[in-house]
Write a protein that binds this ligand. Sequence first.
Ligand SMILES: [Zn+2]
Length: 501
Amino acid sequence: MIRLYDTKVRDKVDFNSLERGKVGMYVCGPTVYNYIHLGNARTFISFDVVRRYLEWRGFDVTFVQNITDVDDKIINKANEEGRSAAEVAAEYTEAFIEDMRAVNVQDPTIRPKATEEIPAMIELVQELVDTGHAYEVDGDVYFSVRSYPEYGELSGRNVDEMEGGHRELRADGKGVEDRKRDPLDFALWKAAKPGEPAWESPWGMGRPGWHIECSAMSRKYLGLPFDIHGGGADLVFPHHENESAQAKAACGCGFANHWMHGGMLQVNSEKMSKSLGNFMLLREALKTTRPEVLRFLMLQTHYRSPLDFSDERLDEAAASLGRIENAVRNLKWALENVQDIPSPLDTRKLMDLGREARTNYILAMDDDFNAPRALGVVFDFVTDVNTMVGDKTISLSDVPAVKDALETIVTLMAVFGVEIALDAQGEGAADYPAEVLGLAADLAGYSGDDAQAAVDALLAARADARAAKDWGTADAVRDGLVGLGFVIEDTPQGARVTYEG
Ligand SMILES: [Zn+2]
């Protein structure tokens, strides 16, 4: 039984999908006026792991994520840059999709854009007006918070203790506090200012408020109620409280059956902010860090806890992931170099350990998607595999057990969205020191800039030198590689090299 922490219940609850075998999931997408930063990336990666896990457990998941492509921030940026809001939105929508794919976040099943869903929003606003939950003032439409007694149920806030939290500017730039019936009320529809994107509506030309977008799009694409609504913890109030109030007040039905929220990301133990100078864009981070390493680092903290990002933690994550990749390379190599020898393995024990790892992984992930614990399970298994198989040459009768171990590691990491490539050597190459290129140029006549190709060229040069009994060159290659942190091992099948840093 999967259990998850439900923000609204403020406790872990059993997860029962509304329709057997299916999950409808909505995660608020970005407002596209800039590249996304690491904190945004963390939220999207966390929910990608939730989705991948549910799919792996057999659920057919419909994952909806909106693009907020009309908003004050987009309009402001467009004005600053002297271009249209649509151009700004299109550029950063494309960048967002690129960034998500770069960190192996699966595309949503449906990715609606706010500007293409205006009729659904107008319909919902109209329903709220018709049912007395909303009212119009000069082209603006506001949600009447006090018309909906459950307001505050998600965030645990009491309406009578709230101040006028929804400080919004009207289209003419004046404060709205004096126009609303109650300072708590918030905008569903905003009358248009000249030059801004605007759509026709029963209340004149205007555009939707941010909160109504998600209520309308989740309802349209998932139907109400749906299983899981997710987002960063900063969205609980007011965004999700408002989404929920709008949707439920209009239909008199449920909205999200469960609410899940991801923790924030800090850099070097400080809140990430432009003023502290530690604000990091995902695409900047990816210039120096492999996406698998970034995901690995994020998996090491539970999705609801604050995550501390630092160079030290990145290095640790790279080293830990390297150990897993190394074990996979060893297993792959063993399977490709089976010998007719007595079995060196206790294959039954290896199979048992694999089964145990899969079971414990599921127990950890079933417990509110506890990825750090599940990662620990994989790590323990990798340690066992290294002890049992290591870089041994195996016999034909070992193949099923070794294959099982390999598949267990690769599959469990893939559920995390960390793909461990299966080529025997290539994967660690991103971590190879750049000096290997110079060494290959000196000793192997290599002139490219691919570290893996440079290592291959050096090994080939060494093999040639040994064949020609040119021990001086062969030793120079070996000493050069060892000096850079490589370990070379000669086997009957040729030299194997691993990078230990
Ligand atoms: Zn939303």
